[in-house]
Design a protein around this ligand. Sequence first.
Ligand code: ADP
Ligand code: MG
Ligand code: MG
Ligand code: MG
Length: 400
Amino acid sequence: MSHYHPLSETEAVELAKSIKDVFTTEDPLACREIGDGNLNLVFRVTQPATGAGVIIKQALPYAKVVGESWPLTLDRARIESESLIIQGKLAPGLVPQVYKTDNDLALTVMEDLSDHVIMRRGLMEGGIYPKFVEDISEFMARTLFFTSDLGMNQQEKKGLVRSFSNPELCKITEDLIFDDPYIDSPNNSFDEHLREDAAQLWKDTELHLEAALLREKFLTQAQALLHGDLHTGSIFITPESTKVIDPEFAYYGPMGFDIGAVLANLLLNYAAQEHWSEDAAARKERRNYLIQSVHDIWTSFERKFRTLWNEHGVDRMSKTPGYQDIYIHRLLQDTFGFTGAKMIRRIVGLAHVADIDKIPDPEVRKKAQRMALSIGKTLMMSNRKAMSIQEMIDIAESAV
Ligand code: ADP
Ligand code: MG
Ligand code: MG
Ligand code: MG
């Protein structure tokens, strides 16, 4: 029988005490709930005397969305914990260490990363992260390659596909990213000054076709074990270190969805520089940094992924001449499409990004929103003919 209940802070402290590798003395522990409380509780338990700490993340059995609650499976805590463990093996040092999992209580006890900052916030504050390109391309190349039919036994992979089917969280993505932004859905939410732009999206039948094709990939292409929610709010960062958190949306899907999440969030911040940069010169420099990161993430990813494939391709057929080039080309095209779809939903759909929503001046905000929408639409419309990452850079730089 399940003994699930949301933990009290006292219970969180008791649980933390059992993590002997971290709390090596009997000094007292302090606890604070630091999550935003929409889907999950996040307890930070610290030991002031030693500076040691752990994080306990516990799933709640519902999601609070626009004032309402809808039931949401606790199984996502198992998915989060198991995928953190897989990612930690495949990409050492790039996710928090997992100390303990309790599937009945729907929780994971993990490494406290409070010395890092959430990358979205870091980017809004003008942070420069010299290791980010290497780390995130490494994370994606290794986790995606080694969970795909190219890098692991295909029979074992089918077991993982089943164990990570994650239907309820996938449904959130299917609705909020691929469906709602393209109709006048009650789930959408946007500034009134964007009504015309939103109405344009709702009648853009060519764009709807691209959304349907991208959704089809999301629904059917069990290519690799994705993180599933790889935006800059799921990345903890410092200039020396990158840690990916929050993989509760993990499932077997198209690789371009993860790559697109990273690139889309860099491009949303690019658009948001209308506000976050002080003047035209600073804006140009900041945008160059962001656009160079977009470029370099793709090229590093491609180089690493090809090397893994050449060295660890699992069978004869994976080494069929010509196959790798076609695969990478399709992946680039998927990346264009998913990058675009993820930008659009963050402007007119249910959940936005702080980079843009926190712009105080409505005129400036509108300019950033329109730029993001324009980049997103152009990327989606060009996805099936994209040939190189340079085209993504050109699209961003020519957007107004
Ligand atoms: P949710 O799925 O509810 O978005 P996250 O896993 O993104 O939960 O965590 C929410 C917040 O809790 C993060 O933005 C961060 O501030 C804090 N947090 C989560 N994991 C850690 C960690 N390992 N170390 C320090 N803080 C964390
Ligand atoms: Mg959150
Ligand atoms: Mg999160
Ligand atoms: Mg989450």
